[in-house]
Design a protein around this ligand. Structure first.
Ligand code: AMP
Length: 433
């Protein structure tokens, strides 16, 4: 399959107020970029046959040292779009000092970006490290003394190192702000501004974001110089994903999920819930039904998070139940289905969630459970997709089953969770899905 087919390449449009966008050359292959042979060895090692649209557009200006705004979401190949040209630029210069800094919103994304630099840069001799919170500071301090050319960092821990003087950024040549809109959602923009004040003014700056809310535009004006914008159609989910809606009463969502998982041929499945507690509760139900399941939510320790991610990546756990924040940066190519157990809070969040399936050369399905109160969001999603979304019902599923009588919402020690919350049992149940 031609990799270009997998992306919404529609957008040569650019966010108002930003200059030139880069046209997509139809003849563009990795060989045409003029990347250093040691970087090309990384491309071959990763078995990338053709650049993705964001790579085709972003690699040439980044190689030339320009500031770039990359409007692209996870799943478009955006990491290699900045990693490859930065490796190329780093190759001729001095070693043993931090020359490229990538700021990531989450530990998981930082780890994945670190992995990408390591594998793509394997033949370059350049060294990369990742630093983030939730793990000991001291091992990072001694690692930073070793001298790395590339540092991938989360904002909070990076600032700790800057204040303690355990990282030297005086020789920085390039700054990458990755998933800027997520940084904003997570309240990191003040930290980003502090970091920018501590690094050299003469540098190349790249900013990647799936969306361009006003606060990110403001940040762009402050930290980038004459940036050019490269964009792939990031505002809509990839066209390799089929979307459908399952109208269902709240108290029946878990039983519907179990039936769907039993009856649908799937590879890995990512289930999104709105709250940490419901992620735990749904995962617990699935485990009791015999599914190999992991859950990711903010209550986990770093070790637990890593184990959950690893088991999902390795396919030991077939189903991952997660909240939006916890699942940031989760990069698993085999996700065949994303299930929105709870409707996301915005169309951007929907796009982010769905971006986990239908990845490069893969097809995916997005199932969204809807209740009457999700009507406005359904309208917004249909507007986003430009067409009505198919409503589905599951044959033989009892949609009229009443909510159980009022019961406690807290899990018992034995891990028994009631199917309905208190609020559910007080509300009228939608009996016409
Ligand atoms: P990203 O958007 O950076 O999270 O990348 C998504 C996935 O696409 C990762 O697993 C990359 O290894 C993979 N990828 C990146 N570039 C290419 C390419 N040119 N061809 C095939 N796969 C790619």
């Amino acid at each position: 399959m031609n990799i270009q087919d997998n992306f919404n390449t529609g957008g040569d449009s650019h966010p108002q107020g930003f200059p030139a966008t880069v046209p997509l050359s139809s003849t563009c292959g990795f060989d045409n970029f003029g990347l250093h042979p040691k970087v090309m060895a990384g491309v071959r090692g990763a078995r990338y046959s053709e650049p993705t649209p964001i790579q085709a557009r972003a690699i040439p200006p980044i190689m030339q040292g320009q500031d770039v705004i990359g409007l692209a979401q996870t799943g478009t190949g955006k990491t290699a779009a900045f990693a490859l040209p930065l490796l190329h630029r780093l190759l001729p210069g001095p070693r043993g000092r931090v020359r490229t800094l990538v700021i990531s919103p989450t530990r998981e994304l930082a780890e994945q970006t670190y992995d990408s630099f390591c594998s793509l840069g394997r033949s370059t001799g350049l060294r990369c490290t990742a630093i983030y919170g939730g793990v000991g500071m001291e091992p990072q301090v001694s690692k930073l003394k070793d001298g790395y050319e590339i540092v991938v960092a989360c904002p909070g821990r990076l600032l700790d190192h800057i204040w303690r003087g355990t990282i030297n950024l005086d020789h920085l040549e390039a700054l990458v702000i990755d998933e800027a809109d997520r940084m904003f959602d997570m309240g990191f923009l003040p930290d980003i501004r502090k970091i920018v004040q501590c690094i050299p003014v003469a540098r190349q700056t790249l900013l990647f974001s799936a969306t361009m809310p006003p606060d990110i535009r403001k940040l762009v004006m402050e930290v980038l110089r004459d940036p050019i914008t490269v964009q792939v159609g990031q505002t809509r989910p990839a066209n390799t994903v089929a979307h459908c809606l399952y109208p269902v009463a709240k108290h029946l969502k878990t039983s519907l999920l179990i039936r769907l998982l039993k009856e649908t041929p799937t590879e890995s499945v990512l289930v999104f819930t709105r709250t940490k507690r419901s992620a735990e509760r749904v995962a617990d139900h699935l485990a009791r039904e015999g599914f190999r399941v992991a859950s990711l939510q903010g209550n986990l320790s770093q070790g637990q998070r890593e184990r959950a991610m690893d088991s999902f990546r390795a396919g030991t756990a077939k189903v991952m139940v997660a909240t939006d924040i916890a699942a940031r940066g989760l990069d698993v190519l085999r996700i065949s289905h994303v299930v929105n157990y709870d409707m996301p809070d915005s169309t951007d969040t929907y796009t982010h969630r769905i971006g986990r399936t239908g990845r490069i050369e893969h097809k995916g399905e997005a199932f969204t459970f809807i209740t009457p109160e999700d009507a406005a969001m359904v309208r917004d999603l249909e507007k986003l997709l430009g067409k009505p979304i198919e409503r589905r019902t599951l044959d033989g599923f009892d949609y009229n089953k009443p909510a159980p009588a009022r019961q406690a919402t807290r899990p018992t020690r034995a891990g028994n969770y009631p199917l309905a919350s208190r609020r559910d049992s007080r509300r009228p149940v939608n009996t016409k899905p």
